[in-house]
Design a protein around this ligand. Structure first.
Ligand SMILES: Nc1ncnc2c1ncn2[C@@H]1O[C@H](COP(=O)(O)OP(=O)(O)OP(=O)(O)O)[C@@H](O)[C@H]1O
Length: 269
């Protein structure tokens, strides 16, 4: 089977300074992979490189095959058809994806329309609206008919993240990249969004690249984990192996910190 995403020897630099080095990683259809590591370890840059969204000031080398197409060095217009279809991204802050000046229904509708055009399906207003409402319903937004007409600031942070997920799903991506999708949310909402993503990934048989610095969150969301430190992969393997018997000192410290936190909660109970 061809991998959905195959990264080989990825390096990212700025003005000669290495930010990411020697990253190789492959994700097959339906696989759920977690990226874990401290802030600044290169997780987001690796994910952006995977879909060709690195800022122009950064230089990438190596190879990134997304849906069988080389991303590094490709022209942006050649990558546009891959984005949303081969892979779609959900960012930490939903307003990265949502335009604050455009109503939710119209934004999700634009994404649905792009998909319909690509598939040669009808793009009349009634069918687009119907699909938008169905998508908002799938991400469990209450009263989707009202939310269609809402501005982003009129709904909660958790609801905005649900709307951003609906937009990401509109093009039926094979791989969903979630970059700290719950970090900006309160704990209860975090749990709801994680449960939603787990359900959608399963129902739609998508692969998942889940980026987080929160070890318990990653452990619950994926099967395989990649640990990054200082721009390099230091350990990779099945969640149960890496977190159960961490080999690298950095992973050991992450696991120890998560255990200490768990114990503190236990004592407080
Ligand atoms: N546009 C940029 N120009 C220069 N350096 C950058 C740029 N974007 C990120 N960096 C640097 O690259 C390194 C890796 O950043 P990256 O955002 O990938 O980390 P991360 O692991 O995703 O962290 P976080 O969890 O905080 O998002 C950091 O040192 C960061 O400061």
């Amino acid at each position: 089977m061809t991998a959905l995403l195959k990264i080989e020897n990825l390096a990212i630099q700025t003005g000669g300074k290495p930010l990411v080095a020697d990253v190789s990683l492959s994700i097959d259809g339906g696989e759920r992979v977690g990226f874990i590591g401290e802030s600044g370890s290169g997780k987001s840059l690796t994910a952006l490189a995977a879909i060709g969204l690195l800022p122009d000031t950064l230089k990438a080398s190596g190879s990134v095959l997304l849906g069988g197409r080389e991303v590094i060095g490709a022209r942006d217009r050649d990558l546009v058809p891959l984005r949303g279809t081969a892979a779609a991204v959900v960012f930490q802050e939903p307003l990265t994806a949502l335009d604050p000046l455009v109503k939710i229904g119209r934004q999700v509708g634009e994404a649905v329309k792009r998909r319909a055009k690509r598939d040669g399906a009808t793009t009349d207003k009634a069918s687009i609206t119907k699909e938008v409402v169905a998508l908002l319903d799938q991400v469990a937004l209450p009263e989707p008919n009202r939310i269609v007409d809402a501005w982003p600031h009129e709904i909660s942070g958790g609801q905005r993240q649900r709307a951003a997920i609906a937009m990401a799903l509109a093009c039926k991506p094979k791989l969903l990249i979630a970059d700290e999708p719950t970090t900006a949310l309160d704990v209860t909402t975090q749990a709801e969004i994680l449960a939603l993503m787990a359900r959608l990934v399963k129902e739609r048989d998508m692969a998942l690249l889940f980026i987080s610095h929160d070890l318990p969150v990653v452990a619950g969301a994926v099967d395989r984990v990649v640990v990054m430190q200082h721009g390099r992969i230091v350990e990779t393997g099945a969640v149960s192996d890496v977190f159960g018997r961490p080999g690298h000192p950095y992973t050991q410290s992450l696991v120890a910190a998560a255990r200490a936190f768990d114990n503190a909660l236990e004592i407080a109970r």
